[in-house]
Write a protein that binds this ligand. Structure first.
Ligand code: AMP
Length: 284
């Protein structure tokens, strides 16, 4: 497995891969790898000849006051896991390599970034879109793999790729959960034992909302159901729950699916997000 620290090294290795006619699959991460990340790597490994994993804690996607400094970092372990999964190249650049002084360009996706996590995380999606655009430019993937766990991020990236005619197929992968339903996240490590016990209530509340959606409920009823279900777990501080059309993240007056039901909530100082997608033809 090749570990590259510089853009030029990465371009040379991947250029040779394309030259040989092989397809390149990209899995962008911020490291501290867990089963969610590894599910993306495995999917890429199945579908592509050459798998690139990027490990970069991107400072521009953390709003002021967020956990950039405390974000878990575990490079040695990440490299061992990547190697065991058959990753071909890890791109793990420094902040200076990715953001040399004087950069003036930001990628902004409108509308999709103004709802759900947008208002509470100013600048977050610009940071994500910009770093992912840079990673696409550096690694030239045929396919790039993202988790549905971060549903809004997935839709923002899909839209960016479409609007900028980026020659990459965006592949969304299902959320990997703990046996009790909690979506796996690097931030789960911050939870106290009591908060960890309470945490699966978020997914259960979303499933209650999904039941209402699949029976033809309106977005407001779905959201009210989730709020009511989560109220039984007083440790949660709900930030938002929103039921929206999955592709546009907009609202309309028609009842029932397709809907993405997404929520963000604090347990102590840890912010959890999760979502459930109810497809149009889901069983009632
Ligand atoms: P992160 O390191 O948190 O930026 O995540 C890197 C990628 O892994 C993103 O595409 C996430 O959506 C995805 N991911 C994170 N957690 C999960 C999970 N539990 N299941 C599936 N994908 C995930």
């Amino acid at each position: 497995m090749h570990v590259a620290r510089t853009i030029i090294e990465t371009r040379v290795a991947i250029g040779a891969t394309h030259w040989a006619g092989d397809t390149v699959g990209l899995v962008p991460t911020m490291g501290a790898l867990h089963e969610g990340h590894l599910s993306l790597v495995r999917r890429a490994r199945e579908e592509c000849d050459f798998v690139v994993l990027t490990v970069f804690v991107n400072p521009t996607q953390f709003a002021p006051g967020e956990d950039y400094a405390q974000y878990p970092r575990a490079e040695e372990r990440d490299l061992a896991l990547a190697e065991a999964e058959g990753v071909d190249l890890v791109f793990a650049p420094s902040t200076e390599e990715m953001y040399p002084e004087g950069a003036l360009t930001t990628v902004h996706v409108d509308e999709l970034t103004e709802v759900m996590c947008g208002p509470s995380r100013p600048g977050h999606f610009d940071g994500v879109a910009t770093v992912v655009a840079k990673l696409f430019s550096i690694t030239m993937p045929n396919r790039a793999y993202f988790g549905e766990k971060d549903f809004q991020q997935l839709q923002v990236i899909r839209r960016m790729a479409r609007d900028l005619d980026l020659p990459v197929e965006i592949v969304g992968c299902p959320t990997v959960r703990e046996p009790d339903g909690l979506a796996i996240s690097s931030r789960n490590a911050y939870l106290s034992a009591e908060d960890r016990r309470a945490a699966p209530a978020l997914y259960r509340a979303l499933l209650a909302g999904a039941g209402v959606a699949s029976r033809g409920g309106r977005a407001e009823e779905v959201e009210e159901t989730v709020r009511a279900a989560l109220a039984s777990e007083p440790r949660f501080q709900l930030q938002y729950v929103e039921a929206r059309r999955p592709d546009t993240l907009q609202r309309d007056d028609l009842p029932g699916p397709p809907l993405v039901i997404a929520a963000a909530a604090y347990l102590g100082t840890t912010r959890l997000i999760d979502n459930v997608v109810v497809e149009k033809d889901s069983p009632r």
